[in-house]
Design a binder for this molecule. Structure first.
Ligand SMILES: Cc1cc2nc3c(=O)[nH]c(=O)nc-3n(C[C@H](O)[C@H](O)[C@H](O)COP(=O)(O)OP(=O)(O)OC[C@H]3O[C@@H](n4cnc5c(N)ncnc54)[C@H](O)[C@@H]3O)c2cc1C
Length: 348
């Protein structure tokens, strides 16, 4: 059984982040959405109270229950999803560094990723390319060993913090014949010649978050920027050439680790929208919505359990049967719609 209840300390941390979201994020959310500027001042405030930086990730990393980080992310995103991603975006390259880096690389590059509370920085994790989004195995960016260096060439698209980041972690192929098993990740230190920002995207949403192309043109990094080191890469390539099984690619392992946090961001937006709509709804609107959501969620719960969802040994079929009545009594859904449309048309 998965437990989502928060203990006393976790509730206090949740309240701390909620207050930050309410006081520092919500009031400026429209400004950053409108201007599409990167919210550096908010990131600085977050860094100054310990909500952005390595200390924050140590705090959530020490939480064995696993529920603290999603709970805090939900609060930040409740404030504004775009600004929250500005604060959280460095988490993705951080996880990539921790997932694949050596101990020395983690110690050396983590402080570079975040900067200091007075001079915060962000980092980026660049995987996606034109023609290689969902299908990570078809990346075309190349990394070629040249003496004591690696030289990278390629085009990355849709990169969060791309170009404004200090540290970029870039995934490239070192052996195109091996698909994802021929890929490696590279740390590109701040200011490295040959890495530059291309087009900055104008987006539908999360507009405070910076999304841009990253262009690699003979971008030369020292050999110790290969994430995990040469020995580990050689062993991985040898296993791939011998067609021996291996663990998931660094990129996929990174996304797998960060997906619950991304899920929590979606919950944060949903909650903000629900609270706002709830305050503005009339009785009929809230009842219509709640009844239909209950039916949809309980139907989905049956689907997730498959055949087990349909039999009475498990409670979800009962949840579904019970939910249906909320679309019927105290006015059916159709009657609620009638009442709402009359009210909207001034005929209430
Ligand atoms: C705002 C934003 C921020 C981003 N940040 C980053 C970042 O920091 N780093 C990074 O590397 N990338 C980032 N991305 C890229 C993002 O991860 C990709 O856009 C995503 O993986 C989808 O890839 P794609 O856009 O190439 O779409 P495609 O993979 O081409 O998908 C197009 C459609 O085809 C469907 N499809 C594709 N393959 C299959 C399949 N096998 N089965 C069924 N359906 C399929 C998809 O579901 C989708 O509906 C970001 C994107 C955006 C928009």
């Amino acid at each position: 059984m998965i437990g989502f209840a928060l203990n006393e300390d976790q509730v206090a941390a949740q309240k701390w982040v909620h207050e930050f979201a309410e006081k520092e994020i919500r009031p400026v959310a429209s400004h950053y959405d409108e201007t599409e500027e990167f919210p550096w001042p908010v990131i600085k405030k977050a860094a100054q109270i310990g909500l952005y930086g390595w200390d924050y990730y140590q705090m959530v990393g020490e939480d064995e229950s696993g529920v603290l980080q999603p709970a805090l992310v939900e609060e930040l995103t409740w404030g504004c999803a775009g600004i929250a991603l500005g604060i959280l975006g460095t988490g993705l390259p951080l996880v990539a560094l921790i997932a694949s880096g050596t101990a020395e690389q983690i110690v050396r590059w983590t402080p570079e990723m975040f900067g200091t509370p007075d001079d915060p920085r962000v980092a980026a994790f660049a995987v996606t390319e034109p023609g290689a989004g969902s299908d990570v195995s078809s990346l075309r960016s190349r990394a070629v060993r040249d003496g004591d260096d690696w030289v990278l060439n390629g085009q990355k698209v849709f990169i969060t913090n791309g170009g404004i980041a200090g540290v970029h972690i870039v995934v490239a192929t070192v052996d195109p014949g091996l698909g994802h098993r021929g890929q490696a990740s590279f740390i590109i230190p701040p200011g490295t010649p040959g890495l530059r920002q291309g087009k900055k995207e104008k987006k539908l949403g999360i507009r405070a978050s910076h999304t841009a192309e990253v262009l690699l043109e003979d971008c030369r990094v020292p050999a110790d920027c290969l994430l995990g080191g040469q020995e580990r890469l050689d062993a991985k390539l040898a296993r791939a050439r011998d067609k021996k099984p291996s663990r998931a690619s660094g990129a996929l392992a990174t996304f797998e680790a960060t997906r619950p946090v991304v899920g929590a961001q979606a919950v944060g937006i949903a909650r903000a929208a629900f609270e706002f709509a709830f305050e503005h709804a009339e009785g009929s609107m809230s009842k219509l919505k709640a009844g239909e959501v209950a039916v949809r969620v309980t139907d989905e719960a049956i689907q997730i359990l498959g055949g087990y969802g349909y039999i009475r040994d498990f409670p979800v079929e009962k949840f579904h049967r019970d939910a249906k009545i909320y679309c019927l009594f105290e006015g059916t859904s159709e009657i609620q719609r009638l009442v709402i449309s009359r009210a909207n048309g001034g005929m209430a």
